[in-house]
Design a protein around this ligand. Structure first.
Ligand SMILES: C[S@@+](CC[C@H](N)C(=O)[O-])C[C@H]1O[C@@H](n2cnc3c(N)ncnc32)[C@H](O)[C@@H]1O
Length: 317
């Protein structure tokens, strides 16, 4: 049997087991940490890890350690990805076990969203203080201004706008601006900051980065500043942001390089401890954008955090 055929047999063998099929169905919704899969499947960690190992060996899922957590996601391209999608499309949508898994995952997500919402609501008033704890804001902001370019921008969209810092930084170079955030408390603080800065054509709107409802290709500058590491599905957020970027427009993502500061999970609700170069450029490419720059700014205080600024562009039509 040829190597390619053997790979198909291995993949089918790995997928051909009820728990592993359930895992594939769950990972089709989003990347998940092992402990989250254990909760949804109601199975022990050694058992779930064994299944995941087999799926990874067969090339159906990717494993990526992130601090003390280990995440898994479905492979996104190639024969294995096609095979998974074919197998999953044939599952019975009304299957009781799969529906229960799906409901449990929805509950786990809702719990996460509530925790995050409470965290941001609690910290909205002192966010500007917390935000600058680990990095030199002035250095990062100077690089963001460089990455954005002089403008003027027709439409700036800031996703996860928080207290509005990116809007007050880039708003003066933009004809119109929109900040979108899930937290009403953050939006309230942002409204006063934007008013203080005299940005008349800047709107603040309640909304979810996973479904912004903004028109396709409607902004020439989109920014996601220190938001992705809180999210359940950062790849989907990048995809949604990219959808809004107009031909010739730019997406700037600011987040951390991979780090090991586990306390940020416990005390500050981070889900991911940074992002690798590879995953970010792949998400951007999958979303139709070319990464044109990726700058790294190590923290001056030796805390181990490096801020990354990724700039990506949609080619002009
Ligand atoms: C760390 S703050 C960053 C805010 C701002 N970009 C800054 O750098 O100051 C993260 C923000 O993302 C928002 N956020 C989290 N999940 C979101 C989602 N799904 N959709 C929109 N905003 C979200 C939070 O409410 C919070 O205001």
């Amino acid at each position: 049997m040829s190597l390619a055929s053997k790979q198909v047999v291995d993949a089918l063998r790995a997928a051909g087991e009820p728990t592993r099929l359930r895992i594939l169905a769950l990972l089709a919704r989003e990347e998940l940490a092992v402990l989250e899969l254990c909760r949804v499947l109601d199975q022990s960690q050694p058992r779930v890890s064994r299944h995941l190992k087999l799926l990874a060996e067969a090339g159906l899922v990717e494993r990526f350690p992130d601090g003390a957590w280990v995440f898994y996601r479905l492979v996104s391209m190639g024969q294995a990805a096609e095979l998974i999608s074919e197998v999953l499309s044939r599952l019975d949508a009304s299957d009781a076990v799969l529906s229960r898994d799906s409901d449990r995952l929805t509950a786990v997500r809702a719990e996460r969203a509530t925790e995050a919402g409470e965290y941001f609501a609690r910290n909205a008033a002192r966010w500007d203080e917390i935000r600058s704890l680990y990095v030199s804001e002035a250095d990062v902001e100077a690089k963001i201004l460089d990455a954005a370019g002089p403008g003027p921008f027709r439409r700036l969209v800031d996703l996860g706008s928080g207290t509005g810092r990116m809007l007050t930084l880039l708003g003066p170079r933009s004809e119109t601006a929109l900040g979108l955030d899930l937290s009403q408390q953050m939006l309230n603080v942002a409204r006063s900051h934007v008013a203080d800065a005299g940005l008349a054509r800047c709107e603040l709107r309640h909304g979810d980065i996973f479904g912004t409802r903004l028109p396709d290709a409607s902004a020439d500058l989109v920014v996601i500043h220190q938001v992705l590491h809180y999210l359940s599905d950062p790849a989907a957020a990048v995809g949604e942001a990219a959808r809004v970027v107009a031909p010739g427009g730019r997406l700037i993502i600011v987040d951390f390089a991979p780090h090991r500061l586990e306390f940020l999970r416990e005390q500050h609700n981070h889900r991911r401890l940074g992002f690798t170069e590879l995953e970010m450029t792949r998400w951007l490419a999958d979303a139709g954008l070319a990464t044109t720059a990726a700058q790294a700014l190590p923290s001056a205080d030796g805390q181990g955090l490096t801020v990354k600024i990724w700039t990506a562009e949609r080619s002009a039509a």
